[in-house]
Design a binder for this molecule. Structure first.
Ligand code: NAP
Ligand code: F7E
Length: 351
């Protein structure tokens, strides 16, 4: 049985990847952060919480990471943990650099010293491109230059290069997945797609009157998270480690996402959406549009979910949650969580 360690297993991608790897027959370990309120709602939603082993660790704490790798003794490590919200990286730039930049270095150092056979996946990002293309019609591929536009992207750029350097210098099987935006009903509520789908559901049900947004002109290449976690796994199953763009090759503006989401509940978005200056970032990326040809050619990967299906799935899921809430069911995003019956590896416990 192959063993995988996922850092950031409580996040959107971590939960979907755990589900995917369990279905492939892996024993799955995941790191989680100690928080005053447990944060296992995604793992519960996918019914994987009792099938995985959780290990407490923080990306800023080398000794907890070392212990996690030691306890999991993995064949593959998927480094998904990060301060992933671009906007917050302007408020917490040093923390973001510590976790998103030095975090992958810590894991690579552990692999280098402990077991160079462990394969490593680094969650890299289309944010690395920033504003690097002058011709807005051009698509971004593995050869497009990087020109990061935020503290988040700069920290991730360090992660990208350190991964490439450890691959070349120490012959570690290390891959960067340059993933474009990917969303789902399990997306965090602060990201624009989920903020929209959640608000649309609430407005439809009379629970909210307005939706405040920032830059409606920004364009993103939005895919579906479960399609994307498969690409992460495929990268680690190849004969040679490499870096891959994972995208849909389509780009849409925030305005188009809003329009489509409101269309799903037959409402006119213009009556409900207002822009707010405070929601505009100090620096934003105006357009991202990927080219996944290399992943298609080498990994045999392509996205299954189209833009309109993605919007529909997200709106439908939020509508269902809020309808349940109105019927007296649990709070929609299951925030109240308990530690019962979870297989948590404690410090010092043997493998
Ligand atoms: P997410 O939902 O925000 O999940 C991030 C995960 O990292 C959570 O489990 C979080 O734990 C954990 N984490 C944050 N800081 C940590 C720390 N200091 N120590 C340990 N764990 C920490 O993000 P996602 O959308 O799943 O994305 C997964 C990865 O892909 C991230 O590295 C992100 O930067 C990258 N990425 C995402 C996208 C996208 O569109 N989704 C695109 C490209 C790249 P808590 O649950 O405790 O907060
Ligand atoms: O913003 C604009 C905002 O926060 C998308 C992360 O997963 O993908 C994600 O980063 C766009 C931006 O995602 C609001 O200005 C307008 O132009 O959903 P987002 P992101 O910044 O693209 C990349 C690939 C990652 O790697 C990251 O980890 O939407 N926008 N109004 C807004 N954005 C937010 N959040 N909230 C608004 O009200």
């Amino acid at each position: 049985m192959k063993r995988a360690l996922i850092t950031g297993i409580t996040g959107q991608d971590g939960a979907y990847l755990a589900d995917f790897l369990l279905k492939k027959g892996y024993r799955v370990f995941g790191t989680y952060r100690r928080t005053s309120t447990p944060n296992f709602w995604r793992l519960r939603a996918l019914k994987v919480l009792d099938k995985i082993t959780l290990i407490p660790a923080d990306m800023a704490d080398m000794s907890s990471l070392l212990e996690a790798v030691n306890l999991a003794d993995p064949n593959e490590i998927y480094n998904l943990a990060a301060q992933s919200y671009v906007s917050a990286s302007f408020d917490q730039p040093l923390f973001t650099a510590q976790v998103d930049g030095l975090g992958p270095l810590r894991i690579l150092e552990i692999i280098r010293h402990l077991n160079k056979k462990i394969k490593f996946y680094q969650a890299s990002t289309s944010e690395l491109y920033g504003e690097s293309i002058e011709d807005k019609k051009m698509q971004q591929n593995e050869n497009t230059k990087f020109l990061p536009n935020s503290p988040y992207a700069t920290a991730k750029l360090y992660g990208f290069h350190i991964c490439r350097i450890y691959r070349d210098a120490y012959k570690i099987f290390a891959c960067n997945g340059i993933l474009f935006n990917h969303e789902s009903p399990l997306r965090g509520l602060e990201f624009v797609t989920r903020k929209i789908s959640n608000a649309v559901a609430r407005i439809k049900l009379g629970l909210q009157k307005k939706l405040f947004l920032g830059n409606l002109d920004a364009k993103r290449d939005w895919g579906f998270a479960p399609d994307y976690v498969k690409a992460m796994w495929l990268m680690l199953q190849q004969d040679k480690p490499d870096d891959f763009v994972i995208a849909t090759n389509e780009t849409h503006s925030v305005r188009e996402f809003v329009e489509e989401a409101f269309k799903n509940v037959r409402l006119d978005w213009r009556k409900y959406v207002q822009t707010k200056e405070e929601l505009i970032r100090p620096k934003d990326v105006s357009i991202l549009n990927g080219d996944y040809s290399k992943a298609k050619r080498i990994l045999g990967w392509k996205p299954k979910t189209k833009f309109k299906d993605l919007v529909r799935k997200m709106v439908k899921s939020d509508l269902m949650r809020w309808k349940k809430f109105l019927n007296g069911d649990r709070f929609p995003w299951d925030a109240f969580d308990y530690h019962e019956n979870i297989d948590i590896l404690k410090r010092g416990k043997t493998k």
